[in-house]
Write a protein that binds this ligand. Structure first.
Ligand code: AHM
Ligand code: MG
Length: 352
């Protein structure tokens, strides 16, 4: 059978959703309208460009693409050259097509409005252009995370500051979400709110090709991911849960667990998509003032949608992530996600 490229998959899905909705024309489909299909194709092209830039490593450009950019982002974190480059690639790829009203990124304080010389579309795109930046220098998997929202009708886009309000929608409002992992292979993992599909980049063809559909995260797991060096800062429910896992077979959970921590959320989440597990960046004393470590709009929400669509669960310990009403663009939240029964257990400990 012929390979199904991303373009083919999107076209098929668009036709299928048109049929299911009873629309006469697939172009009126509520699930994947043609503008949304175009948006995903553009984002996937940007991810290919980022993958190529990463692949050059120390050989790319003057002095390579690794190393520090010499600047800080809005969150006071030192930017790497690849953070800045990936952000530029995504902005440039997406601003001319007429499918977006505005974009927001981990690397920019305020939203980026589509310049007036280009037509504006009905979608908003948020992204973490290069997730897992601390792994760039050491050649460990990194990624891009993105989320697509509809721009509310009548939204004030008169200035970058005013545009922030349009983005402040709960994760349940996302119309698509995905991530790319730049690892031994480059993968694109995608949802439109009706299951999760995985595409592998065929480097000779220069195309993402469908390699897995209907991803399902096993409900049970014996693997957990958390930064153990923060143990002394955790809240009691997380301490209890991790202690119980570490206690193994003779402890209250009655089984031995294994631990993995890549420190790139994309890689940790992708492992969970593949073989189950639980990922936690919980609230702790170190990050309490900020509300958590990971960002809601372009890390927690897209990952929560993907994980739920694959049969898993995603909470802060106290609330379903997708139900959070965002207060600001760069809001941080605690994140606990993965295999359903384990996420429910630790969420239950928060209520005890
Ligand atoms: P980044 O987007 O600046 O790379 O930060 C987010 C990353 C996540 O990918 C990862 O789960 C976490 O930060 C790792 O944090 P730590 O270094 O505290 O283990
Ligand atoms: Mg990140």
């Amino acid at each position: 059978m012929a390979q199904r490229t991303l373009a083919r998959y999107l076209t098929d899905a668009q036709r299928e959703s048109g049929r299911e909705s009873g629309c006469d024309s697939a172009l009126e489909s509520p699930l994947i309208p043609s503008d949304l299909k175009f948006l995903i194709e553009v984002v996937s092209r940007a991810c290919k460009a980022i993958s190529i830039a990463i692949g050059k490593g120390a050989l790319g450009g003057e002095g390579g693409v690794l190393g520090e950019a010499g600047s800080d982002n809005v969150q006071g974190e030192a930017q790497k050259k690849l953070d800045v480059l990936s952000n530029e690639i995504l902005l440039e790829a997406n601003e001319w097509g007429g499918h977006l009203a505005a974009m927001a990124s981990e690397e920019m304080d305020l939203p980026h409005l589509v310049p007036n010389r280009f037509p504006k579309g009905e979608y908003l795109l948020t992204f973490d252009p290069l997730d897992g930046s601390s792994n760039i220098d050491v050649n460990v998997s990194i990624g891009t995370i993105f989320s697509v929202l509809r721009c509310p009708e009548g939204a004030d886009l008169s200035s970058e500051a005013a545009a922030e309000q349009a983005f402040l929608q709960p994760g349940t409002a996302q119309v698509a979400a995905g991530y790319a992992v730049y690892g031994p292979t480059t993968l694109l993992v995608l949802t439109f709110g009706a299951g999760v599909a995985v595409f592998t980049l065929d480097r000779e063809l220069g195309e993402f090709v469908l390699t897995q559909e209907n991803v399902q995260i096993p409900a049970e797991t014996k693997e957990f991911a958390i930064n153990m060096s923060n143990q002394r800062f955790w809240e009691a429910p997380v301490k209890r849960y991790v202690d119980e896992m570490v206690a193994g077979k003779t402890g209250p959970l009655g089984k031995d667990y294994n631990m993995r921590w890549v420190a790139s959320m994309v890689a940790d989440v992708h492992r969970i998509m593949t073989r189950g597990g639980i990922f936690m960046y919980p609230l702790d004393e170190k990050v309490r003032d900020k509300g958590g470590k990971l960002r809601l709009m372009y890390e927690a929400n897209p990952m929560a949608l993907l994980v739920e669509q694959a049969g898993g669960a995603a909470t802060t310990g106290r609330q379903r992530i997708l139900d959070i009403a965002p207060q600001h663009l760069h809001q941080r939240v605690p994140v606990i996600l993965g295999s359903k029964s384990e996420v429910e257990r630790v969420t239950g400990y928060h209520q005890a």
